[in-house]
Design a binder for this molecule. Sequence first.
Ligand SMILES: *[C@@H]1O[C@H](CO)[C@@H](O)[C@H](O)[C@H]1NC(C)=O
Ligand SMILES: *[C@@H]1O[C@H](CO)[C@@H](O)[C@H](O)[C@H]1NC(C)=O
Ligand SMILES: *[C@@H]1O[C@H](CO)[C@@H](O)[C@H](O)[C@H]1NC(C)=O
Ligand SMILES: *[C@@H]1O[C@H](CO)[C@@H](O)[C@H](O)[C@H]1NC(C)=O
Length: 487
Amino acid sequence: MTPILPGLILLLLSAAGSAVVGRDIPGNAIRLPSEASRFFRSGEDDESLGTRWAVLIAGSNGYWNYRHQSDVCHAYQLLRTGGIKEENIIVFMYDDIAFDEENPRPGVIINSPDGDDVYKGVPKDYTGENVTVNNFFAVILGNKTALTGGSGKVVDSGPNDHIFIYYTDHGGPGVLGMPTLPYLYANDLIDVLKKKHASGTYKSLVFYLEACESGSIFEGLLPEGLNIYATTAANAEESSWGTYCPGEYPSPPPEYETCLGDLYSVAWMEDSDIHNLQTETLHQQYELVKDRTANGNFAYGSHVMQYGDVGLSEDNLSLYMGTNPANDNYTFVDKNSLRPLSKAVNQRDADLVHFWDKYLKAPEGSVRKAEAQKQFVGAMSHRMHIDHSMKLIGKLLFGIERGPEVLQTVRPAGQPLVDDWDCLKKMVRTFETHCGSLSQYGMKHMRSLANICNARIQVEQLNEASAQACTVFPSGPWSSLHRGFAA
Ligand SMILES: *[C@@H]1O[C@H](CO)[C@@H](O)[C@H](O)[C@H]1NC(C)=O
Ligand SMILES: *[C@@H]1O[C@H](CO)[C@@H](O)[C@H](O)[C@H]1NC(C)=O
Ligand SMILES: *[C@@H]1O[C@H](CO)[C@@H](O)[C@H](O)[C@H]1NC(C)=O
Ligand SMILES: *[C@@H]1O[C@H](CO)[C@@H](O)[C@H](O)[C@H]1NC(C)=O
């Protein structure tokens, strides 16, 4: 059996770190909302003042992605403690974590090293195969006839209501993951939000989004005037980060071989957990989360961004999350989270960290050790295959010199990733037809496929180049025949 060198993973992590490109954060000037009179006390639900709704969604499955479902469970508990009614919270999670054989505490999910169980009582509205883009959109739009499976709970909101949407998972330029393919594409989400606005069924909507390149979901796409305020864990061109990971500080209890949370997600939730949210504004939370997620110098952190109607961030958090009465006396204190900087793991490498930790801890010569090695090597080889194929395709399409440059071009801030989203989707299917599933890791190549569209390459040309580049079709879980196409 070939031992895997620890150097390999170090090399990998540092390569990922160096890909993080810094960018100035646009001015965060706050415009005061024009209709200040619409603000009201929001401790208790007053019928005439609207209902608070929440949609919580984890887009992944698999034990190595423990943290996304754990984040969503934590968010659910937070909202319930804040007084939001269960009937107004819609939860999407694959629900394969709590009873996974790898879970050291069966039936329990934690979101921080010494945290309590956050799984208990979480409703199973949309689980397993029912966690889909189609159901997510139908729930936001309150369209029950568009649902396939699930509990049937939707955001049945009215004009005075407030909606909070929280999504956490892997992503890539212009896309967010889903456990059942296809993925969610930014333009489709923006269309749904515009439709929701046009239906006049909310007063304001807040969207918190954790994923790699999450800024690309709103950058140049979310207009002002929809009464939507969004913040994202990362800008349009950098990864977001897992936290409470094995081997990092602070680390999970030793029996956990997986990250427990995500940096941006844990930052907003641990802030909301302890404060009086009637007196803390969205903006105050944004500033604090931005600080904590930057994690010192961005080497192990990302740029938290805000989009849409930034003026809404003058609202109190309780308007969206309620507030825990026990925190009435804990008002917001700037820099309250005087915690040491944490080590974090790039979202895209968290699966490798899991396989690696499992490998290290498994007894010498055990079936478990062999299995962990196989998983690690399998994931690594597919990464190399996808990276290599994409690079080659770039060279075939644009020449040896220009290829890499065209694929890596990042459009200036304020511009969307791609002009023709249907083209992007066709390119994704074409690539996957020849080269296999992009998979979670391969989402990072969405920008390359988008740039191929922006360069007005025709689908037939990519078809030909992919056929040349990918002579061997990946099998098993890496085949696009296994789970379907990402678009
Ligand atoms: C928001 O906070 C301010 C300042 O503490 C307070 O006066 C106001 O009543 C709060 N509004 C809501 C809607 O809770
Ligand atoms: C709800 O979804 C169904 C099925 O997709 C669609 O035909 C209908 O137009 C939708 N209703 C509204 C109000 O958008
Ligand atoms: C999906 O929803 C249907 C209808 O509610 C349900 O019967 C089925 O069990 C759900 N599937 C999963 C995996 O939860
Ligand atoms: C907050 O402080 C006030 C005044 O000291 C006290 O009466 C009240 O019980 C406290 N509330 C909570 C929830 O601790």
